[in-house]
Design a protein around this ligand. Sequence first.
Ligand SMILES: Nc1ncnc2c1ncn2[C@@H]1O[C@H](COP(=O)(O)OP(=O)(O)O)[C@@H](O)[C@H]1O
Ligand SMILES: [Mg+2]
Length: 274
Amino acid sequence: MTYAGQFVALCDVSLEISPGERVAVIGRSGAGKSTMLRLFNRLLQPTAGRLELDGQCITHAQGRQLRMVRRRVGMVFQQFNLVSRLSVLDNVLVGTLAQRKGLSIVPTIWRQFSREERDWAMACLREVEIEHLAAKRATELSGGQQQRVAIARLLAQRADVILADEPIASLDPRSAEQVMNILRMINETHGVAVITNLHQVDVATRFAHRIVGLREGRMIMDTTSDRLCDELLEKLYGDQLEEAQHPSGTDARARGVIELQRNMNDARLPQALV
Ligand SMILES: Nc1ncnc2c1ncn2[C@@H]1O[C@H](COP(=O)(O)OP(=O)(O)O)[C@@H](O)[C@H]1O
Ligand SMILES: [Mg+2]
């Protein structure tokens, strides 16, 4: 992937992800993590190389095929990206629109949704444990709750891959833990593959089976979380290793991540949380 005809953001990256996998992508800021995720659902078009979904070439997908890619490969962002003037339920119903053929969202959002669609959207909210917030406006919710709405929206559109770009970077530790647990639960119970960029190594190894490491646009690591050793991490982070493993105390968010780690390490927590 080359930006603006000159800056090479990703080079020689090759990987294949199986249905139902849980993958974390790690690396320093600017390594190309977001670029990689954005290629996977074709928010970006690669300048060279090939992208396949179920063996189908989607490198140059457009129109109907591109809508199919975006429905199946959904994305959650650090900043949630909900429609703030809509209710929680309507935000999730937007996900059901992705299944209608050949309709753009804007003209149809005001039409009456069917009973089935509403029931399905409520079931998706139940899945992420915020059914009781269905009537609230998206902006009335906390960050963690908004992220769960974003996940429910992807369930509503029946995505089979969820891409999550630093989904917990702006959350407090408790909310961060809930969001990672929900992503894990969706992966385990529905077989949805989850590929997530994470800033923090320990959260990544606890969450994912497989860890992919990028450095300066190159994939220098593709391993399982139990094989991730200090030597590999040093190659990946260099002099920023300390920061990736132990975020410094001055930043409240970084402190949050440390607390999250502690909570995740706590043997007294139910198995589902660990
Ligand atoms: N739209 C863009 N135009 C030009 N350069 C970009 C653009 N988006 C990202 N980059 C550059 O590409 C590199 C990788 O960015 P990104 O994928 O966002 O990294 P990460 O998510 O790992 O922090 C960075 O050097 C960044 O400045
Ligand atoms: Mg990024």
